[in-house]
Design a binder for this molecule. Structure first.
Ligand code: EPZ
Length: 417
């Protein structure tokens, strides 16, 4: 348990590196189980969820070694384990072990996954798809007990483009007999990254931007070497810090091509954003922040993982903004905390009404999930008083060192155990 001490009110000026994407790294690390071989994964972020995923892989017999930001996972000797380690309950992405275990070991016993408390987060789409592929899944109260004789390639249409369900199906489809076609699949860049990794370990995978993914199952795989894509949400987070505090920043390695919706929102709010080779340059607005109406949606829409951060920006807009959270049903925990800092936000179910104020004030606030914590830090950078943001354990799940990155940009922020 730790917290961040922030003393804001200073414009951000500087440059920082954007790390590998948490939501690309986690499924790709699970996928290292598929090839029973050597996997060299470059640009892997050093975040809690990655460390926890690697711990589960090593408990399952993989050898795991770090070399700077490259992690080498050898899954040749991997074996079945019951996935009931308390780690499983700490993160949502542990459910992706289900697809990998069912494929490789034809069985999986997995505790109920945890993760940010941003909604009920059911698993019906995961289970319906895997059962369609031949899996038998029962719930013994504590764990899901899953087994399959032989996974069958199937045509699967998702009732909604679930990121995690798409990932689970992809990993199971690698081992399935025949072809699997996923319709209405998730289209996030992290999904296409996983599809690219699967191709690099010898699985014929076709990802088209219309949301149809085709996988030809196989029983022969190859070793893999892959570079994790940049984290578009980390980049967007620092852009929100710059919009809140003012200033101009350069985000090295940020991949603008995956962030057009995010960039559009900052430009509409008054910032100047340009991208040259190697990263994104942003200069905050010099005549106030324009209010916006935003609705989060699946890719390529405005991502739900940027909703808390843009809410912080809009608390300072010159007018009233509306945010509709359409992906998760309980992702406004940061609003009450922002109101403790002098914001004027009203929540009505999935709709937040944000009346802009001239300035926020320093306060002690609590983060209840990863992106809420990041958004509160961005808000705290806007005011020339001290703020304390509790709940750093959530932030550390997704940011390699948010305090170092923001210090690179000129912020006054400290992390305290
Ligand atoms: C992934 O979560 C991300 N996590 C989340 O990022 C992200 O917010 C989310 O995708 C949406 O983009 C990782 O990649 C590790 P979903 P996931 O399945 O897979 C409902 C962050 O901050 N649903 O696309 O859990 C679900 O309840 C985290 O980095 C079902 O109803 O998201 C939600 O309302 C937070 N049944 C919606 O779909 C299912 O079987 C989207 O969930 C599965 C999902």
């Amino acid at each position: 348990m730790g917290r961040y001490i922030v003393f804001g009110g200073k414009k951000l000026i500087g440059a920082t590196d954007i790390h590998g994407s948490k939501n690309a790294a986690l499924p790709i690390l699970c996928a290292c189980l598929v090839n029973s071989g050597l996997n060299v994964i470059h640009n892997c972020p050093k975040i809690t969820d990655v460390f926890n995923t690697l711990e589960i892989l090593s408990k399952a017999g993989c050898s795991v070694k770090w070399d700077k930001s490259t992690v080498i996972v050898d899954s040749a000797k991997a074996h079945f384990i019951v996935l009931d380690d308390e780690i499983i309950g700490k993160m949502r992405s542990s459910i992706i072990f289900l697809g990998a275990f069912l494929g490789r070991f034809k069985k999986a016993v997995i505790a109920k996954p945890g993760g940010c408390r941003i909604g009920r987060r059911p698993l019906d789409i995961h289970f319906e798809a895997l059962e369609r592929m031949g899996a038998v899944i029962t719930d013994n109260g504590r764990c899901f007990v899953c087994s399959v004789e032989k996974l069958k390639g199937s045509e699967i249409e998702l009732r909604l483009p679930s990121v995690g369900a798409t990932e689970n199906i992809l990993l199971a489809a690698a081992f399935a007999e025949g072809r699997t076609v996923i319709k209405n699949a998730a289209r996030e860049p992290e999904i296409s990254a996983l599809a690219e990794f699967m191709k690099c370990i010898g699985i014929e995978t076709n990802f088209d931007s219309s949301g149809v993914i085709t996988v030809n199952g196989t029983d022969s795989f190859s070793d893999g070497e892959f570079r994790i894509i940049a984290d578009r949400i980390e980049a967007g987070t620092y852009m929100s810090a710059c919009a809140c505090a003012g200033g101009e920043i350069f985000l090295r390695n940020a991949e603008a091509s995956q962030m057009s919706e995010i960039i559009d929102v900052f430009v509409k709010a008054g910032s100047k954003v340009s991208y040259c080779d190697g990263g994104i340059y942003m200069k905050s607005s010099e005549n106030g922040i324009s209010p916006l109406n935003i609705k989060t949606s699946v890719y390529p829409g405005f991502p739900t993982d940027m909703q808390p951060q843009i809410m912080s920006v809009l608390t300072l807009a010159e007018g009233t903004s509306i945010i509709i959270e359409s992906v998760f049903e309980n992702r406004f925990s940061h609003a009450l905390e922002l109101n403790k800092m002098g914001a004027n936000i009203e929540i009505d179910s999935l709709k937040a009404t944000i009346k802009g104020v001239n300035a926020l004030k320093g306060a002690e606030v609590n983060a209840f999930d990863l992106r809420a914590g990041a958004g509160l830090i961005a808000a705290a950078l806007s005011c020339g008083e001290m703020s304390v943001i509790n709940g750093s354990q959530y932030v550390k799940r997704g940011y390699e060192s948010i305090e170092k990155s923001l210090t690179d940009l000129g912020a006054m922020i400290r992390y305290e155990e």
